[in-house]
Design a protein around this ligand. Structure first.
Ligand code: SF4
Length: 145
């Protein structure tokens, strides 16, 4: 007997969604109120952070005290790459000081943040390259003959 997860095919997904809707109370399917829309829009505004955008789920608060550099939910805006360079320089200064003072815990923390920063920079650069490579431009419509 298999206990693996079986994902439904596209047709079955539609069937499952229709089935789930039929099982839910009618009052759940109503237009959003003004307040709900406002909250929805505010959520996306709050996801704009200094270095880009935060991908945390709707309706959730930041669980990491806005330590964005170390967070997997941060998507760096390639426009902010120069800011990453500044932050990297600051961190390297902090690391030097920690080394000279013998603050081993600090060195560990700074190294982790530096690694996250460099990974995020690599992701942002990769995204920039991909965006450039797949830009197909605007299609043109041929004049009628
Ligand atoms: S720490 Fe993570 S979850 Fe929190 S605001 Fe930054 S990117 Fe979003």
């Amino acid at each position: 007997m298999s206990h693996g997860v079986v994902y439904p095919t596209k047709g079955r997904v539609h069937h499952a969604v229709g089935h789930d809707r039929a099982m839910r109370p009618e009052e759940e399917y109503r237009p959003a109120t003004e307040q709900e829309w406002t909250e929805f829009e505010e959520h996306f505004d709050k996801r704009k952070v200094e270095l880009g955008s935060c991908g945390r789920p709707y309706g959730t608060d930041c669980p990491h005290e806005h330590a964005c550099l170390r967070c997997a939910q941060l998507h760096v805006n390639p426009k902010m790459l120069p800011r990453l360079d500044e932050l990297e320089a600051d961190l390297e200064e902090r690391r030097k000081r920690a080394e000279s003072e013998g603050w081993l815990g600090e060195i560990e923390g700074v190294d982790r943040t530096l690694q996250c920063l460099r990974d995020k920079r690599a992701d942002a650069l990769r995204l920039t390259r991909i965006t450039r490579e797949v830009n197909l431009g605007m299609p043109t419509v041929a004049a009628p003959r």
